[in-house]
Design a protein around this ligand. Sequence first.
Ligand code: FES
Length: 276
Amino acid sequence: MTTATAPRAIGGHRDSFAATTRSDRWWQGWVLTATGLFVFFGYLTLRAFQGTYYWFDPYISPVGSPPLFTPASGYPGSVPLNHAWFGTFPSMWPRWVPQSPAFFIPGLAIAFRATCYYYRKAYYRAFAASPPACGVRGASLKYRGETRLLLLQNLHRYTLYGALLLLCFLWYDAFAAFFKGGRFGIGVGTLVMIINASLLSGYTFGCHSWRHLIGGRKDCFSCDAGSKRAHGIWKKSSWLNSRHMLFAWLSLFWVAFTDFYVSMLSRGVIKDLNTW
Ligand code: FES
């Protein structure tokens, strides 16, 4: 004779994976987040390793900016030599590593995103599923806070400086995209690059670390003129901060789209509408 066994329970709830008393479609956010992170980060990583088709005069993909070095040959769609800051890749560059400018400054963006407070929540939930959503039983992983491997997360406040530097380059690229062969003009690619820099600015200036740096660390906002000014900037940052998730996704999507647009032009698949 078999005996029915009641499910194990904690606090009156079943404790098997994904067990919940929620009746909404909580898993939709989980699936969308995991898919989005996988697709966009996967695409950008692939493009970084390709090191090709990131230039179409006067546009440069964010994946290849700034072009510190350019390959000597064999990489179609790379920046011409006169646009590379320091000429061709040094001869000591390992043969087995693609000659891609994405391995320099754009790497700072990866460090910034990987340690972002919003993305931590997103990828903890999406990939570790611990828990996959509020009120849902997760995988039985032992959470150790920002310790051990996750200790690196604490570097976020420093990665912010790298992201600010990158932002300067991206705005420079966006304004340089108004000039082709020294002539002023405007093309769809110019607008794509301006939107890219704007969305990344919205994401960066809504960062928790930035908000702390420009005002959050102050004890008094009304004590002197400098603190009052800081309060004004802090309030603007707070507005962006409350929409940080939105800007995180919009900017991630648009970085990938900007690269895709430039690469399609560079491959000759599409034509750019412009005034030149
Ligand atoms: S908290 Fe998200 S970028 Fe800093």
